[in-house]
Design a protein around this ligand. Sequence first.
Ligand code: FMN
Length: 196
Amino acid sequence: MSTPLNLLVFAGSTRGKSFNRQLATAAAAHAGRAGARVTHLELADFDLPLYNADLEARGTPAAAIRLKELFHAHPAWLIASPEYNGSYTGLLKNTIDWVSSPVKGDPLWSSGTKPFAGKVVGLMSASPGAMGGLRSLSHLTPLLLNLKCWVAPEQFALSRAGEAFDPDGQLSSEAARKGLHSVVDQVLWAGQRLLP
Ligand SMILES: Cc1cc2nc3c(=O)[nH]c(=O)nc-3n(C[C@H](O)[C@H](O)[C@H](O)COP(=O)(O)O)c2cc1C
C-alpha cells in the first residue's frame, strides 16, 4: 500500500465477549498486515444517550461530537454488525442517528452527512445462528448508502460464531478467513482508488 489508509474499525455491540468485536479485531489485524493504519473504536467508551431531539436542542452531547470527528477523520471503515430481530442493533442505529444529526449553530457540523459522505465501508456480521447475521447487513447497507457512503459489494456473515474462533481469537476455518479477507481487501483496494 503506497500511502497507509486510515481505517476505522468497530462493532455494533458493547457485550464483553461480543463475537462481532472478535470479528472486527480479526479484520483489523488483517488490514494492519496489509498496511492500513487502524483505529479501533469501542462504542462502549462513548456515553451516548438515546437520541432525543429535545435533549439535542439543549446541546449535542460531547460524545456525539467526538464520534462525528472520528468518523469524519477516517476515509474507510469496517463495521461488524450483530443481528437483532433480523436487523442491526439499536446501539448502531442510535450511534448513526447522533452522528448524522446536524449540530445547530455549529457551521462545522451543519451537514448531517458530512461524517459519512464518500466513506468506503466494509460490512460484516457474526451470529451464533446459521445465517451469521446476514439480514442485519441487508438493512445496514441502504442506511449507509442513504448517508452517501460507498458500501463495498463484498460482505461477510460468520455463522456459528460461538465455535468460529480459536483461543487466540483467530478464525479457525480457512473459508471464514477467506470470506473476511475478501471484505477487508476490497475496502483497502477501493480506499486507494476512491480517496484523494
Ligand atoms: C434482542 C435480540 C434479538 C436477536 N435476534 C437475532 C436474529 O434475528 N438473528 C440472529 O442471528 N441472532 C439474533 N440474536 C442473537 C445475537 O446474534 C447474539 O446475541 C450475538 O451474540 C450478538 O452479537 P455480539 O456477540 O457481537 O454481541 C438476537 C439477540 C438479541 C439480544
